[in-house]
Design a protein around this ligand. Structure first.
Ligand code: URA
Length: 210
């Protein structure tokens, strides 16, 4: 069975996404919107995290109240655009552990090649949320999750801002156990591997590069 694809169609998410798509939205605003939207998406992707009861004292009386159970979450940014999503999610889950996966595309083989990999210990005991704003061809995200699983991760979730149907299919084929949460599944990929209508190059738009 394939893990769920969740498209967060909340009006706030869709409003912010529209502002991000618009080409005249300035870098600083784009970055702030990404921070805000990432928190709304993170809220959804963590909806089923296990909790346990802890006895606390309120000013009125003792009570057994829920707290997150188990080891701290691991957030893994797929460089470089993943960092834009990471910042917002970390604000929401400040105790999360953080990892980074860097991949580039070999221009001859077109295969993703790892240039950086640093992740928290005990991945096997953590919920691991891999973040990358754009699930386009899916090649780098699939490769990043391959590496996370090799490092021991067993409960991996994938958080992106936008997805192409091709990227969703690729991820679901390679990692059917990995749920995907996104703000939109757009129409298609163009011949250059960009999501259409999309928002352009997410890294360039968030970092002001070209
Ligand atoms: N990466 C991006 O930044 N944008 C796309 O549309 C596809 C991949």
């Amino acid at each position: 069975m394939t893990a769920p694809l969740t498209v967060v169609d909340h009006p706030l998410v869709q409003h912010k996404l529209t502002l991000m798509r618009a080409q005249d939205t300035p870098t600083a605003v784009f970055r702030q919107l990404l921070r805000e939207i990432s928190q709304l998406l993170a809220y959804e992707i963590t909806r089923d995290l296990p909790t346990e009861l802890r006895t606390i004292a309120t000013p009125m009386q003792d009570m057994d109240a829920p707290v997150l159970a188990g080891k701290k979450l691991a957030l893994v940014s797929i460089l470089r655009a993943g960092n834009g999503l990471l910042d917002g999610v970390l604000e929401l889950i400040p105790s999360a552990r953080v990892g980074f996966v860097g991949l580039y595309r070999d221009e001859e083989t077109l295969e993703p090649v790892q240039y950086y990999f640093k992740v928290p210990q005990s991945l096997e005991d953590r919920v691991v949320i891999a973040v990358d704003p754009m699930l386009a061809t899916g090649n780098s995200s699939v490769a990043a999750i391959d590496l996370l699983k090799k490092a021991g991760a067993r409960d991996v979730r994938f958080l992106c801002l936008l997805a192409a149907p091709e990227g969703v299919a690729r991820m679901q084929e390679a990692h059917p156990d990995v749920p995907i949460t996104t703000a939109s599944v757009d129409e298609k990929l163009n011949e250059h591997g960009y999501i259409v209508p999309g928002l352009g190059d997410a890294g360039d738009r968030m970092f002001g590069t070209k």
